[in-house]
Design a protein around this ligand. Structure first.
Ligand SMILES: [Zn+2]
Length: 251
């Protein structure tokens, strides 16, 4: 992998401490700085670091090969807002959703904009099943303060590891099963199952018109740069510049 860019807001809370994530002695530090340190610790033979500004401002900016969206609040995990990924869709940036809502961990879909099912497709498919869905989700998004609830640490760590595996498979030029699907795992049964996220003809991403990503595996080329982004209100100002984000083992 060429590089990992990190974006997050706030400071590390005791509940953020997790294996492979924020260490106990980082409590009180800025989350983004602590996460960057965690990334660098994981790559002891790393090349000299590049600043985020360096990555985004180099001539002929190639953008990110993948952005991982790891929202904290329940609603954004369960029903990702298509608007949060609009800039990624517009720039054609592949992105992967991952998170934990209560006792359920979710990984996927990995979206290839305009080619495979996206958050908008997911929304449209849910609306087909329940016409009241748009009203319901609008109430959830507007009527509640976004909350970060406690979640099972082992589940969160598992979700983080699986999301990383899917991301790395994609960056290696493969087509992980999260393309066009969402993996779900709930405690205490811990059965993994995949739910399809099909391209929907009613979604403005137009993926339904172009098939459902069958040609991904033919790509074969590796992708060099990954970013992890949390699409919260705290990140919006930076989104205007260039998607970036943070890896959170404890989402
Ligand atoms: Zn779509």
């Amino acid at each position: 992998m060429g590089g990992v860019e990190v974006m997050d807001g706030g400071r590390v809370e005791p509940s953020d401490v997790a294996p492979g994530g924020h260490p106990a002695d980082a409590v009180g530090d800025r989350r983004d700085e602590s996460a960057r340190r965690a990334v660098r610790r994981a790559a002891p033979d790393r090349p000299p670091s590049r600043t985020s500004a360096g990555v985004s401002s180099e001539g002929g900016d190639p953008g990110f090969s993948l952005v991982v969206l790891a929202p904290r609040d329940d609603v954004s995990v369960y029903a990702p807002d298509p608007a949060d990924a609009e800039s990624l869709r517009a720039s054609g940036t592949p992105h992967l959703y991952a998170g934990v809502v209560e006792g359920t961990g979710l990984v996927g879909p990995l979206v290839l904009p305009g080619e495979t099912g996206c958050a908008g497709c997911l929304h449209e498919s849910r609306t087909d099943l329940d016409p009241a869905w748009p009203r319901l989700i609008a109430q959830w998004r507007s009527g509640r303060q976004r909350q970060v609830r406690p979640c099972d640490l082992t589940l969160a760590t598992t979700v983080a590891g699986l999301a990383a595996a899917h991301a790395l498979a994609f960056l290696d030029g493969r087509a992980p099963s999260s393309v066009g699907a969402r993996w779900e795992c709930s405690v205490p049964g811990l059965h993994w199952r995949a739910r399809p996220v099909r391209a929907h003809p009613g979604c403005s991403c137009a993926a339904a018109e172009r098939g459902n990503g069958e040609h991904l595996s033919e790509d074969g080329g590796s992708h060099e740069t990954m970013a992890v982004q949390r699409p919260s209100e705290q990140c919006r100002e930076a989104e205007a510049e260039r998607p970036a984000g943070t890896w959170r083992a404890h989402v």
